[in-house]
Write a protein of this length. Sequence first.
Length: 228
Amino acid sequence: MKRILLMMMSLLAVMTLSAQVYITPEIGVAMLKRDYMAATVSPRVGVGLDFYFKKSKGLGISTGLYFYQKKDLWRDAAVYLQNGEYLPLYSPYGSIDKSDVKRFDFIESDVKRNYLHLPVLLTYTWKFSDNSSLSLGVGPYVAYGIAGKFVWSSREYDLEGKEFSFSEKEFNPFDSQSYHHCDVGLTSMLSLNINRWLVKMNYETNLNRRDLSEDNLISLGIGYRFSL
């Protein structure tokens, strides 16, 4: 037992001596795509931490702490008929008789959710030369919503009274049942390192889909590496 423990400690010591650690401040953008809306773009900043078991190649671990924003923009329009029926403005049911329309309703929502994001990826790095390498990584992530803003507005036009009306509400999206502070999922990474500069692309998808739908987030960033 003592021999096994001694061998494990010796192996760990050798790995530590041959390992390399890098810290990388990063800046970039995050693009969110959901199934019912066009893609939106928001800032993404953070600090990455990369650990290599061999000199900047082979297996490694990549983590860090990042800030990014998930932004939803949603617009809709509908008509309310005299019989109380509700139809999309561009209804697939054919033309709508103007005499049957009671009012028009135009709705817009703007949701911004700010997260702190912690990924943990198992990586593999190929070195092309002393100053260039390519890395692939995959693993889980956890994120926490630290702040947000939900602005909901409605514009109505009443054909009978020929009047416009406007209403707007603003609240924290994490106070509603649609969004939750904690977010977990899977993330993947592709990065190119030239000299000390790093160009990185990430893709992530959430697994606790308790909010409106699946989040598909693609981020692009650039960083500068410092060895520790």
